[in-house]
Structures are given as C-alpha cells and as structure tokens.
Design a protein around this ligand. Sequence first.
Ligand SMILES: Nc1ncnc2c1ncn2[C@@H]1O[C@H](COP(=O)(O)OP(=O)(O)O)[C@@H](O)[C@H]1O
Ligand SMILES: [Mg+2]
Length: 347
Amino acid sequence: MARIELKDVRKVYGGNIEAIKGVSLDIEDGEMIVLVGPSGCGKSTLLRMVAGLEGISSGEVTIADKRVNELEPAERDIAMVFQNYALYPHMTVRQNLAYGLRNRNTPKDEIDRRITEAARALEIEPFLERKPRQLSGGQRQRVAMGRAIVRKPAAFLFDEPLSNLDAKLRVQMRVEIRRLQRSLATTSIYVTHDQMEAMTLADRLVVLNAGRIEQVGTPIELYEKPATTFVATFIGSPSMNLMKLGNGAGWQMSPDARLPSSAATIGIRPEDIVIANGHAPGPVRADVQVAAVELVGAESYVHALTADASPVVFRVAGRSGIQIGDSMGLTADPSRFHLFDAAGRRV
Ligand SMILES: Nc1ncnc2c1ncn2[C@@H]1O[C@H](COP(=O)(O)OP(=O)(O)O)[C@@H](O)[C@H]1O
Ligand SMILES: [Mg+2]
C-alpha cells in the first residue's frame, strides 16, 4: 500500500501540445481517487504518466514516497486495468492470472494460493480453465481485475474499465469494484468520463478540465458546493440550470432574493425548482412553457423555456400529468442557489 503524490506535473506532446498543465495532488494510502472530466481533458495522459507508460515533461510523481519519474512501468509496483481487458487470448484464465506472477518468479504454491483467493473474491472460479473468448464481457472484465489483484500491487490504476459493458452490468461491476477496493484498501486511481460512476466510486473526485484540476473533493462536496460553473454543470444529471443575471433571462428576482453584487450567474439544481402555480409570488419567479417531458420511472424531467427562450430543467414525480405546451410559473428558494462571478467562480 502506498501514497501517491503528483507535484506540478506537466505533459507536452510533440513540443507544443500541452495536455497536462501543472497538476498537483496527494492521494492517501488506501484512497480511491476518481479522475473525471470530458473526453480529451487529459485523464488517460495523467494516469499513464503515473503508470510509466507516458513520459513526464516536468514535475514529479512519487509512489510510496519514492520518485518514479525515471522508473519503467514494471518497476513501479502498480497494476493497470483497461477497458479492452488486454487478456492473452491463447491462455486460460488461470494462465492469464498467473502470467505476471511467473514473470516475477513468484513460487508456484504462492501463485496458486493468490489465484484461488482472487478467483473466489471475483466469483470466477468456474471459469479458470476457460479461454477469454469463452467468457462474457463482464467475466473478462473480472479476469482483468483478478490479474491486477493477484499482483498485490501498491496501487491500482483503472482507465475506463467498464465502458465496454452494457448499462446493467456496468452498475453491477461498479459496486463490485468499490467493494473490492474497500476490502483490499489498495490506493487506486480510477479514470472515467461518466459522472455517475465517478460519484459512486470515489472517496475523492478530481474534476479535470483541459489539462487542469478544476476541483478536488468528496462527491457530495462537489455536488453541494461546486467551485466553478464547469463543475456545477459537469456533476449531476440532469445538469444544473445556469442563468445569467442582468440580461433579462426570464427569471424575475425581487430584492428579497438578496443576491450579492458580485453574482453574475445563478445555478439552480433541477430538484430545487418547484412549480409555483397558485402560490404567492416568491422572491424568484419564471413563467415557462413546457417543451419536453422525459419520464424516467419514479420521476420525470421537465424541459421548459422561459419567456425569452432560455432553457430550464426541473424534476417532478413520475406520473406528473405535465404535457408539452403547458404553461406554468416556477420558483426556487434562494438559499438553494449556487452563485458564480463573471469568471465562473463560486461566490
Ligand atoms: N500521443 C499523443 N500525441 C499528441 N497528443 C496526444 C497524445 N495523446 C493524447 N494527446 C492529446 O492530449 C489530450 C488529452 O488526451 P487524453 O489524456 O487521452 O484525454 P482523455 O483520456 O481525458 O479523453 C487530447 O487533446 C489529446 O488529443
Ligand atoms: Mg482516456
């Protein structure tokens, strides 16, 4: 087990493409860190720099307090799990699991013991003598996990390991990865573009935007106190509504809303908007017309437009009876607002 430290790490590709623009991060022993951000923001690059698959242009990476910048991947005591499994097709599951250990001259009875242990934890004992092509996608992903586990590395590095699986299996595997990571207490960095996966897996989330850290915190901290409009709209589904102040975006604010003068943008989560019909007008109000209703089961997401055609999304009960074209007044409690300045930073 080990801490991982990144100190002002940068990556420049081909002399001028700056993919990672100075990232510093301390990862605690046993912690599950999730790197999340849109495609192309530098998640894989950063992970591969920790793994040793990509050179570090400047800055320092330490694993267990040891500088690893100059070490080969095999010398870093880490195990990686990818989305494409990277299993050897001509080997059985057992041979795939044993391969990395044999290369390190692990004694045979120790290899057998670790394989039995990992196979039991991952419930792949019945498939040990099969070849990867005789397994389902979910089973292959378990084998890939098993291969990482048997190594007993200082850290696990995951790069979107579940993105090839169907939605139901993805949820199931995500719960299992969380359970395994907790029980093994192995320091882990997990990369995903899926904010839901990030929220449910992370001890702490790191939101990356164009090669920089936008915010670090527990999932609930990021949800309740996003530091920037980028984090505000990236975390949470449906996304937070953002309204620019002062250009008549369709929301009427009375002075009772008591907004600070530095606030340029208001963010309201879809669950914080309520239908105001029949109530006395509160300090905040918008008259909207419904453009679409998405029924997702227990609830519906209503997409509406304000008088000046700004979009608003809010949540209602599943069978709400709300129809496209309906007109209604919306309100929200100003204490639930997220306020951002002109640069998009939380006020
Ligand atoms: N080998 C490479 N050469 C040049 N540019 C690269 C290379 N790998 C990645 N990049 C660029 O670096 C940025 C980050 O890529 P990547 O780390 O793969 O993003 P993510 O994993 O978040 O989708 C992208 O703009 C990408 O085009
Ligand atoms: Mg990637």
